[in-house]
Every structure is written in structure tokens, then in C-alpha cells.
Design a protein around this ligand. Structure first.
Ligand code: RIB
Length: 292
């Protein structure tokens, strides 16, 4: 069984559906409001667990009702919460999501996720050392991502860095990560003055650009490869990237080749968008295998 440690955010998603996204200064009447577990780190942990990995989460929640619900959700999905702690006097992270016109827009308020500091991560060293692969994203402080990259390198544990949401990343962190998975927008921030082709060539078998409906692009050392995505009737695309990252990590940890790992992850991500909520459509292992 693949052992995966996810270091990152755990939040509550406050989701409004509306037929129209409001313009600046405009008020529109929405259709529904739901509260569901989210946060990129938590989503990746839950997705990996549903795909059969042994998952340990490293993160912080608030000492509020959302925090309790987030921890219960980890337990219900079989994710270890030994390294998930409530922070006294602080609210849980929240993501304010509008689903409108076939896509989402999200404002994240980090709350307790800002307390996932290097010192906090240090306490979870056993979970890092024991992992086949570590996943990290960018809803936690920048210095923590930097620190995680150093520790993973020291411990010889491969690191999958999902650079979401977008922010520039130091060359050192880029070098230390084993895999980096930006979407097109994030790639344009990471590789400011370069086109995707040049950037991919600089990082063979390391940078995987997720291009939504088109698929995932990387350079294998000789040529650029586009692994196409699967077309499905999308209900909610929130969490598709997280499902991709988790499934990719699971496949790599199980020893699949890169192209097969991307295919597996594309399939899992495509299934995830067929239901409401970031975690609502995340598939179980059998569903991915049957549909492949
Ligand atoms: O990647 C999707 C996630 O991003 C949502 O669940 C939301 O919490 C935001 O952080």
C-alpha cells in the first residue's frame, strides 16, 4: 500500500451556486448554498485515501465547529489525523466559492492554515520519513513549503509540489521537488518570461502542466507528451486538480511509469467533476480501474 503524507491546508468550502457571476457592484440572486469540506491539502489527502493509499495529513484547523467537522471528515475517509491540530482562538480556513456559468471562482481565507509553520511540520518528521511520497501545496506559508522541500531532500523522500494557488517559487525549491504540477495560469507565474515548451524542456519528467479539458503536458527528455484527459459531463470542477495530484502521487508511489500515472490521474480527475463539491466526486480505486 502506498504511504502518502500530505502537508497543507484543510478548510471548509462555503459554496454558492448561481446562474450568473455578479459584476463589480452588482447583486444577483443565487440558487443554493452548501458547506462542504475542502482545502487543497485536505482534498488531496482524501482523494489519495479513496484511491487506496495509507494517508497521513499534516495541518491545522481552527478551534471552531468547522475544525471539528474537518477532522471528522478525515476520520470518515480513513486519513490519519495524528498530525492535525486545532489552533486556540483561531478560525478554520474557509474557501468562498461561487459556482456560476460552468466554472468556479474562489477566495480563500487561510485562518488556521497559516499556522502550518516549519516548527509545526518538524513535529511530523516521522510521517515525512515514512512516506513513499510527500505532497505539498501553497495555501500554507511560503517558508513552510521551502522547509518541506529541504526536509524531503535530506530524507530522500520524493516531493510532489502542487504550486496552487499561484505564487513565484525559488529555483532551489524547484530543484528539490521531484514533481511540480502547475495549471496553465500557475505555469505562467512560475515561468514568467518563458513559453510552456521552453519551461517543460528545462524540467524533463518533472513539470507536468495540467491543461484542463486538453490533458496534461510534460517533456520526457526527448519529446513533449500530451496525455489527453477524458471527456465527461462536468457538474463541479472544484477539486479536480487535487484529485489529479493525489492520484498521480498514488500511482507514482505504487511504481507506475510516468505516462501511466498521468493517465490514471486524468481518469480519477475526470470522475471527480461529475458530482458536486471538491470531495463529493472523488472516486474510489475500483471506479477508476473499471473506467480505465
Ligand atoms: O482546489 C480546490 C480547493 O481550493 C477548494 O476545496 C477550496 O478549499 C480551495 O482551497
Amino acid at each position: 500500500m502506498a504511504k502518502i503524507t500530505v502537508i497543507g491546508s484543510a478548510s471548509m468550502d462555503l459554496v454558492v451556486t448561481s446562474s450568473k457571476r455578479p459584476d463589480k457592484g452588482e447583486t444577483v440572486l443565487g440558487e443554493s448554498f452548501k458547506t462542504v469540506p475542502g482545502g487543497k491539502g485536505a482534498n488531496q489527502a482524501v482523494a489519495a485515501a479513496r484511491l487506496g493509499a495509507e494517508v497521513s495529513m499534516v495541518g491545522c484547523v481552527g478551534d471552531d465547529a468547522f475544525g471539528k467537522a474537518i477532522i471528522n471528515n478525515f476520520k470518515e475517509n480513513g486519513v490519519s489525523t495524528t498530525n492535525v491540530e486545532p489552533v486556540t482562538g483561531i478560525e478554520s480556513g474557509t474557501a468562498h466559492i461561487t459556482l456560476a456559468e460552468g466554472d468556479n471562482s474562489i477566495i480563500v481565507v487561510k485562518g488556521a492554515n497559516d499556522f502550518v509553520t516549519p516548527e509545526f511540520v518538524k513535529k511530523a518528521m516521522d510521517a515525512i520519513r515514512d512516506a513513499d511520497i510527500v505532497l505539498v501545496q501553497q495555501e500554507i506559508p511560503e517558508e513552510t513549503v521551502e522547509y518541506v522541500s529541504e526536509v524531503c531532500q535530506e530524507q530522500g523522500v520524493p516531493l510532489l509540489l502542487n504550486p496552487a494557488p499561484a505564487r513565484p517559487i525559488s529555483k532551489d525549491v524547484m530543484e528539490r521537488a521531484a514533481y511540480i504540477t502547475p495549471n496553465e495560469l500557475e505555469a505562467s507565474v512560475l515561468f514568467e518570461n518563458k513559453d510552456a515548451q521552453t519551461a517543460l524542456k528545462e524540467y524533463p519528467n518533472k513539470v507536468f502542466i495540467t491543461e484542463g479539458k486538453k490533458g496534461v503536458r510534460y517533456y520526457d527528455g526527448e519529446k513533449e507528451i500530451l496525455v489527453p484527459s477524458y471527456s465527461v459531463q462536468a457538474v463541479d470542477t472544484t477539486g479536480a486538480g487535487d484529485t489529479f495530484n493525489a492520484a498521480f502521487a498514488v500511482a507514482i508511489a505504487e511504481g507506475k511509469g510516468l505516462k501511466d500515472s498521468v493517465r490514471f490521474a486524468n481518469r480519477a480527475a475526470s470522475l471527480s467533476v461529475t458530482k458536486f463539491g471538491a470531495q463529493g466526486g472523488m472516486p474510489k480505486r475500483e471506479e477508476v480501474e473499471e473506467s480505465l
